[in-house]
Design a protein around this ligand. Structure first.
Ligand SMILES: [Zn+2]
Length: 451
């Protein structure tokens, strides 16, 4: 067994992981580039210091910041009805500020055939956050948004599938730029009301988004353990969150587990043959800006593997996306056998999450999430309800142990296999990601060659 009984006992009896989670969720808002995000970075740096990590550092980078203002949706008719409360309508980050009036068209789940069959020129489009079971892949919010933009729509309304008056937020910008048309999230309940209005006739609506798109500064936090030189294994999570909630499961929980892995490994630092680097990234929610900045400055040869934790607060059962890297799969399999805990492995690509900027550059990487038996893909994530009370402290300690064990396996691994950028690119085409990624401007390879 790679982790000792003492260490497992320590993980189960100590309150550190929960304390870190509570401190992060106590911060008022950890939106990318905000004072709250900076406070979260300070808390994490201080935690790594306290656990006797080395090279504790905060690295700043410039981002296109976004600050929320008021948003409203008015349905015109015999008497206008305005919806402007935060349980009804929320602007989506990096929407431009604008007011548009146009016919409202309900496009259902917003899958590609629905876009192809409907004339959306000059319309405001309503789509659900759902991906129907008939689709062979998950369709991301941004793909629906960019399809609407391409079809000439003037506004975008994203109805959450989660019940409970919870509009879902989420970035619509691409790379460094804001989105082209105003975008809001609405609750499932308001979404179904709007859909009924569309059934009865051709409603005209006015969509107003007030917000600011201004450059600001974000930061990532890093610390190391083990030898001062040689290739590193990175253990990562993002510390920014959406401005509307505590960001408990997305992703204060991931950061808390990263610090717990650091604390546990720090007790065995003399045995570490390979350097382990902990990184909490800023600005993940504005499309991976922190990890993209980090990976762009990293020589791929210096990183043996990246283990990224995101969305781990909803259960104790890890789901690990290995991107087809055998050594990462083997490390988690050995851990599952040793500890007798279920760990689900998936070798498909996950072209979102902070491991992705590493993976597409040919660095072995994995995304660790927690199995969620709820219906909605994101659970409480991206809504007002992503709060501390949704996390069970037993889940965090039950995740910290296998994560520490798998990282220890990787640190001791003789060799970690790699897939070149070309192989990853081919897999992205084969797995059906290419069209959606190109559409949303996040296809990282040259478009000149044929796929
Ligand atoms: Zn996240």
């Amino acid at each position: 067994m790679t982790v000792s009984a003492d260490l497992i006992g320590d993980a189960y009896s100590a309150a550190h992981v929960w304390d870190v989670l509570e401190r992060l969720t106590d911060v008022e808002s950890r939106a990318a580039g905000s004072d709250g995000e900076m406070e979260a970075a300070r808390i994490l740096a201080e935690t790594f210091e306290r656990y006797d990590c080395n090279n504790v550092e905060r690295r700043q980078f410039s981002i296109p910041g976004w600050t929320r203002g008021r948003s409203a949706l008015t349905v015109h008719g015999e008497s206008d009805r305005q919806y402007d409360r935060s349980h009804q309508v929320l602007a989506l980050p990096r929407s431009p500020a604008a007011t548009v009036t146009a016919p409202l068209i309900d496009l259902g789940d917003g899958v590609p055939p629905e876009f192809a069959e409907t004339d959306l020129d000059g319309a405001i489009v309503l789509v659900s956050s759902a991906t129907p079971a008939t689709s062979d892949r998950w369709i991301h919010r941004t793909e629906k948004y960019y399809r609407a933009v391409e079809a000439g729509a003037t506004g975008f309304i994203f109805a959450n599938e989660q019940v409970g008056c919870l509009p879902a937020t989420g970035n619509v910008g691409s790379g460094d730029g804001a989105g082209a048309i105003p975008a809001v999230g609405v609750s499932r309940e308001l979404g179904s009301r709007l859909a009924r209005t569309c059934e009865r006739g051709d409603p005209s609506v006015t969509l107003t988004v007030d917000c600011e798109n201004e450059r600001t500064t974000s930061q990532s936090v890093t610390a190391t353990l083990g030898p001062e030189t040689g290739p590193e294994v990175l253990v990562t999570a993002h510390h920014d969150a959406h401005d509307i909630s505590e960001g408990a499961t997305d992703n204060a929980a991931g950061c808390a587990v990263v610090t717990e892995v650091a604390r546990l490994l720090a007790t065995a630092t003399r045995d570490l043959e390979t350097r382990v680097r902990f990184v909490t990234f800023g600005a993940e929610e504005l499309h991976l800006l922190g990890s993209e900045a980090w990976a762009a400055e990293t020589d791929p040869e210096t990183v043996r593997a990246v283990i990224n934790l995101d969305g781990v607060g909803s259960s104790r059962d890890p789901v690990v996306s290995t991107h087809g890297i055998d050594a990462i799969g083997a490390a988690f399999e050995a851990t599952s056998d040793d500890l007798g805990v279920p760990i689900e492995l998936d070798d498909g690509l996950v072209p979102w999450g902070d491991q992705w900027p590493f993976v597409y550059r040919g660095i072995p990487g994995a995304m660790v999430t927690a199995k969620d038996d709820g219906d909605a893909l994101r659970g409480w994530g991206h809504t007002h309800a992503d709060t501390l009370d949704k996390v069970d402290r037993r889940d965090l300690r039950a995740l910290a142990v296998p994560t520490t064990a798998a990282v220890t396996e990787l640190l001791a691994a003789e060799d970690v296999d790699r897939r070149s950028p070309e192989e990853i690119r081919e897999a992205a085409v084969e797995e059906g990601h290419a069209e959606g990624m190109r559409m949303t401007g996040v296809w990282p390879w040259e478009s000149a060659s044929q796929d």
